[in-house]
Design a protein around this ligand. Structure first.
Ligand SMILES: Cc1cc2nc3c(=O)[nH]c(=O)nc-3n(C[C@H](O)[C@H](O)[C@H](O)COP(=O)(O)OP(=O)(O)OC[C@H]3O[C@@H](n4cnc5c(N)ncnc54)[C@H](O)[C@@H]3O)c2cc1C
Length: 428
């Protein structure tokens, strides 16, 4: 009999993102039916391919192109799925609370990802659009499109300017990618579809606190990204911090106010603050420190992976990126299986494949194991890698068709403003 009171040991994986899903798939392949019951839990019934989320926000792709139902992924596997919100973890009692119900475990993999970090900037939580989940991207898309409809009938030039100004906070890959995609949309299909709005009336401002864009990449790639964005009409403001955000302006350090109804926050992430309430240790960035085996110290039956895990290698914290989460998810699953077979766990070692970011049509940057690429070759690499990593043939085919259509026609396929029922952060 196990701690969970069942005949078979019970392995529970929380989160069907990159870490959790790859852990589940690895266990599905490696465990025989009699070894354990494996349960994957997520608050959503789908897995999201976050690297393309900005394309949903920029009306390039539909939500269903980058999301895939978890049950379909796990079909014909022995892993069971439960849709539900994990609201508590009782480490001593080896039990989770999921939608108010106790769920026991013998081994647990926590892969709950991260939440936006607004660094306490006043007004950010209330008025900025965060860029973390699918349910952030869709209202942002609709809000941006609705600004053009409103500006189209607005006579007051100051109000028009405010409606048509978009401020993106954070010059990392997400901020750069969204700024590039927004510029392509605003100065391309939008300008053509709104004959009463002049291109010069729109303004896209990318604000970055450090001295350069894409801080995790070599400096020349950050400079290339800034140059390309500027050529595409984006105002790149490096070395600039945001002091306050309201429903009608973004105030920069030094007192400059940028009138806008659209502030998009891509400046940072942190661990879910609830993990501290659940009694897990919390380190830098709200992340949970783990041993090299990805286990919690003193709690060998608990593994933490992906954005939530804090682990250093060669003196540097591992980044919060998809490859780290995928590799850690697989590794934690292998250690779960080893523990079931009474074998000692193995330490994790990250195989860094590199980083890349796309600026828009024909322009991207990539740093792959020290080899850098930019422009068209990097863009082709980016396209190929992202298609390869998408889950499901249907999604790959749809994304390819959409990209080809956008590329040939200079249009955006998903420019619908739907009555979503969600209010945007500034109440409009
Ligand atoms: C907009 C955006 C763009 C990105 N672009 C890139 C990129 O180009 N390249 C790259 O390498 N990385 C990128 N990343 C980072 C990458 O997506 C993350 O590092 C990766 O998703 C982390 O995997 P994870 O499994 O830790 O968390 P996630 O993939 O975030 O998964 C966490 C899962 O847990 C679920 N969950 C959370 N809390 C609960 C709860 N309490 N109860 C139930 N379920 C819960 C969530 O629904 C989610 O499915 C991007 C991230 C974002 C947000």
């Amino acid at each position: 009999m196990t701690a969970a009171g069942t005949a078979r040991p019970r392995v529970v994986i929380c989160g069907a993102g990159f870490g959790g899903l790859w852990a589940a798939r690895t266990l599905a392949r490696s465990l025989a039916h009699a070894d354990a019951d494996v349960l994957l839990i997520d608050r959503n019934n789908y897995h999201t391919f976050f690297p393309l989320l900005y394309q949903v926000a920029a009306a390039e792709l539909s939500p269903s192109d980058i999301a895939y139902p978890v049950r379909s992924i796990l079909r014909r596997s022995r892993v069971r799925f439960r849709m539900g919100e994990v609201t508590a973890v009782d480490l001593a009692g080896r039990t989770l609370t999921v939608d108010g119900e106790a769920v026991p475990y013998d081994q647990l993999v926590l892969a709950l990802g991260s939440v936006p970090n607004d660094f306490g900037v006043p007004g950010a939580a209330e008025h900025a659009f965060f860029f973390r989940w699918m349910h952030d991207a869709i209202p942002l898309r609709e809000h941006v499109l609705a600004r053009f409809e409103r500006a189209n009938v607005e006579k007051d030039p100051d109000l028009r300017r405010r409606l048509l100004t978009f401020v993106i906070v954070g010059g990392g890959p997400t901020g750069v990618e969204y700024a590039g995609a927004l510029a392509e949309m605003v100065y391309g299909p939008i300008v053509r579809d709104y004959p009463d709005i002049a291109a010069r009336e729109s303004r896209i401002v990318l604000v970055e606190a450090t001295g350069r864009l894409l801080g995790a990449m070599p400096e020349h790639l950050g400079a290339y990204a800034a140059d390309r964005l500027r050529r595409r009409g984006v105002e790149v403001r490096t070395g600039t911090t945001v002091e306050r955000i309201s429903a009608t302006e973004v105030r920069l350090a030094g007192g400059e106010a940028v009138p806008t109804e659209t502030a998009v926050w891509t400046a940072g992430i942190k661990g879910d603050p609830r993990v501290a309430e659940w009694g897990l240790p919390v380190g830098r960035g709200g992340r949970v420190p783990v041993l090299p085996t990805l286990q919690l110290e003193g709690q060998p039956e608990v593994y933490v992976v992906g954005d939530l895990a804090l682990l250093a290698e060669d003196g540097e914290m591992l980044a919060q990126v998809a490859q780290v989460a995928i590799q850690q998810g697989k590794h934690a699953a292998e250690n779960v299986a080893r523990r079931l077979r009474q074998l000692p766990p193995r330490p994790f070692r990250y195989n860094d494949l590199g980083v890349m970011a796309v600026i828009g049509r024909n322009a991207a940057v990539a740093d792959l194991r020290g080899k850098t690429f930019r422009g068209f070759p990097a863009w082709m690499l980016w396209l190929g890698i992202h298609i390869a990593w998408l889950i499901g043939f249907r999604n790959r085919a749809l994304v390819l068709i959409n990209w080809a259509w956008n590329y040939i026609s200079f249009r955006r396929a998903v420019r619908l403003i739907l009555p979503s029922g969600r209010r945007s952060p500034n109440g409009s």
